[in-house]
Design a protein around this ligand. Structure first.
Ligand SMILES: CC(C)(COP(=O)(O)OP(=O)(O)OC[C@H]1O[C@@H](n2cnc3c(N)ncnc32)[C@H](O)[C@@H]1OP(=O)(O)O)[C@@H](O)C(=O)NCCC(=O)NCCS
Length: 187
């Protein structure tokens, strides 16, 4: 991956978007656990371990899926990845992605840069649809995805429970190419 200029209000230096390496995992863990503990962006309650993140990272690479990081001044300030949307084989043209930014660097374009970098990677792997599952109260993520031409297609009511309340989950999707379903065309 090459570098990408950082947009957004507040200004910052260059952001490098690149493939994650094993040495990035402690910083990925730090970002992820802060989000688990303090937000409803991830529907988990307990912080995870470095081994958990290592297994996740290796699993993604083994399947040929990207794990990207956004680095500023050598520090990992965000990460993004995608994996299977659902386990059944006929969903194989669809992926679901996740994107997370360090608390103090939110709102400076890192999340957008990461998702924008994932989109061509999904297309190059022959994927047809990308899906984001976003907590309905997560205004920043909803806004970011809508700006990146993801369309809200579903709103599940009270499917999660965290911090003593029910959580609604929104699905947004972006169709990546104009392939039509035709016999023998799409494998
Ligand atoms: C959601 C998230 C990935 C977005 O990344 P980001 O780098 O903050 O996003 P960007 O700066 O590219 O864009 C965010 C948009 O939301 C807006 N926004 C509103 N409230 C915001 C807030 N509290 N923080 C950040 N952005 C906010 C920004 O203004 C911007 O919209 P605009 O460009 O139209 O003004 C990031 O905020 C994050 O990691 N949040 C916690 C974890 C999370 O929600 N992950 C996503 C799970 S689906």
């Amino acid at each position: 991956m090459g570098g990408a200029a950082c947009g957004g209000a507040g200004g910052c230096g260059d952001v490098i978007i690149r493939d994650a390496i094993e040495a990035d995992l402690p910083m990925i863990l730090e970002i992820y656990n802060e989000i688990i503990v303090n937000t409803t962006a991830v529907y988990s309650e307990s912080p995870v371990t470095l081994d958990d993140r290592r297994g996740w990272w290796r699993g993604r690479l083994e399947r040929g899926y990207p794990v990207l990081v956004a680095c500023e001044d050598g520090r990992v300030n965000g990460f993004a990845s995608f994996g299977e949307f659902r386990a059944w084989p006929c969903y194989r043209h669809t992926v679901e992605h996740s994107v997370h930014v360090r608390a103090e660097r939110r709102g400076h374009g890192l999340g957008s840069a990461l998702v924008q970098a994932l989109i061509p990677q999904a297309a190059n792997l022959g994927k047809h649809v990308m899906i984001a599952g976003v907590d309905a109260t997560n205004g920043a993520s909803l806004r970011m995805h809508e700006r990146l031409r993801f369309e809200k297609v579903a709103h599940f009511r009270e499917v999660g429970h965290k911090f003593g309340r029910w959580l609604d989950l929104v699905f947004l999707q972006r169709i990546l190419d104009a392939r039509r379903i035709g016999r023998g065309v799409v494998q």
